[in-house]
Write a protein that binds this ligand. Structure first.
Ligand SMILES: C[S@@+](CC[C@H](N)C(=O)[O-])C[C@H]1O[C@@H](n2cnc3c(N)ncnc32)[C@H](O)[C@@H]1O
Length: 368
């Protein structure tokens, strides 16, 4: 028999049933469809097309909207018109698009959609994050199986195109990490602008290296990763930008790299890598020992990572992205919160760990 526990709150409900309907049904339906539309729009090349169109338009500077017709999209992207019409109709309903001229069947992006979902370099761009959540849907089968079996899976088992999108989202955090770090450590970053050498452990598809290399133009970079598909993509980015003289990447594990590489680094970056590493504490401590040996005495180890609070001591701040991160990568990953990460640093050779938080962004700045 099911036991019914009446709490004080339940006897005096403050929320009406229609509020709850709005929360679960209406917000849920719009949210779900918006995510599906964005994910599909990215895969079909619609957002890329609108980006290129805006960039090649004669009006330079800021774009508030991109104007286009369904026929134009169908022809340029080689997409079936009837299916495309369905996507466009739903995009109007979800507020991604608006009608510009109904007689001539012309559409436009809704206000700020260009900044938020299309222009990857915009400071408010969230297309990568929303695009990554889209993959929750195809990942369902793996998740459901794991709930039942408790299996440990590897994030590296995901197909390359999913990984690429997920890493693009992770690298977006890297941009925020760089922004916060350069704001708080202005002097250190001025020196990085000179002839410095920077190491990224877990450079993956190279998106984060690209952000840093564009900003620190005189710095040299070295990246390692264990995923050959990711490194092949990173290599393409390096070639495209003519950075072969400045950026070296290796498919290598850290202890092998620490033995082989003879220089020491001014800055070591781990952006969204820590949680993906082998969850064994001794393994992670050894990784940090190697990082310690690779860092100059006055160097900095910079860590950008989702810090996830205890389930039963949730934070009041907005934390949906972090929690979804934990949910989708549970058992494939091990996340920390501020307290448990400090405890971890205590068992490594590093002595100073500074947690810096501003708005929704945070970084760990760790020194010898
Ligand atoms: C979320 S991605 C982040 C990639 C990159 N740092 C960025 O921000 O664009 C995490 C990367 O860490 C790599 N990784 C996980 N464990 C690793 C390890 N032990 N050594 C090196 N790379 C590792 C994965 O292969 C993956 O490419």
């Amino acid at each position: 028999m099911v036991e019914l526990i009446i709490t004080e709150n339940e006897s005096k409900p403050e929320i009406t049933i229609s509020n709850q309907i709005k929360k679960f049904a209406i917000n849920g339906l719009y949210g779900f469809n918006t995510i599906i539309l964005i994910g599909m729009g990215r895969r079909l090349g619609i957002f890329n097309y609108l980006f290129e169109k805006a960039k090649s338009s004669p009006s330079s500077g800021k774009y508030n909207e991109v104007i286009f017709t369904p026929i134009e999209l169908s022809e340029n992207l080689n997409l079936d018109f009837t299916y495309l019409d369905g996507w466009l109709h739903l995009a109007l309903e979800c507020g991604i698009l608006e009608i510009s001229n109904s007689e001539k069947k012309i559409l436009k992006t809704a206000p700020y959609v260009y900044d938020l979902l299309i222009d990857r370099s915009n400071e408010f761009y969230i297309g990568g994050t929303l695009g990554a959540f889209y993959y929750m849907a195809p990942a369902q089968d793996i998740l459901i199986e794991n709930f039942k079996t408790g299996n440990v899976w590897s994030i590296l088992d995901l197909p390359g195109d999913i990984m690429r999108d997920l890493q693009e989202r992770g690298a977006r955090f890297g941009t925020l990490v760089e922004r916060l770090f350069s704001k708080k450590f202005e002097f250190f970053c001025k020196n990085l602008q000179k002839r410095s050498i920077i190491f990224e452990l877990g450079c993956g598809y190279g998106f984060n290296l690209e952000t840093w290399a564009k900003k620190y133009k005189k710095a040299r970079f070295v990246g390692i990763d264990i995923d050959p598909i990711a490194l092949a993509h990173a290599k393409k980015l390096i070639n495209k930008n003519n950075w072969n003289e400045r950026i070296e990447i290796f498919e290598m594990v850290i202890d092998e790299f620490a033995r082989f590489f003879k220089e020491k680094f001014d800055l070591i970056i781990l952006n969204q890598v820590l949680h993906e590493m082998n969850t064994d504490e001794n393994y992670r401590r050894d990784v940090f020992k190697n990082l310690y040996s690779l860092l100059k005495d006055n160097g900095i180890l910079l860590i950008g990572e989702s810090m996830i609070p205890d389930t039963f001591a949730p934070e009041k701040r907005f934390q949906l992205f972090d929690i979804t991160h934990k949910f989708t990568e549970v058992k494939a990953s091990l996340f920390y919160n501020e307290k448990s990460f400090r405890e971890f640093i205590d068992i490594t050779p590093f002595s100073k760990a500074n947690f810096i938080k501003e708005g929704g962004d945070s970084i760990w700045v760790i020194k010898k």
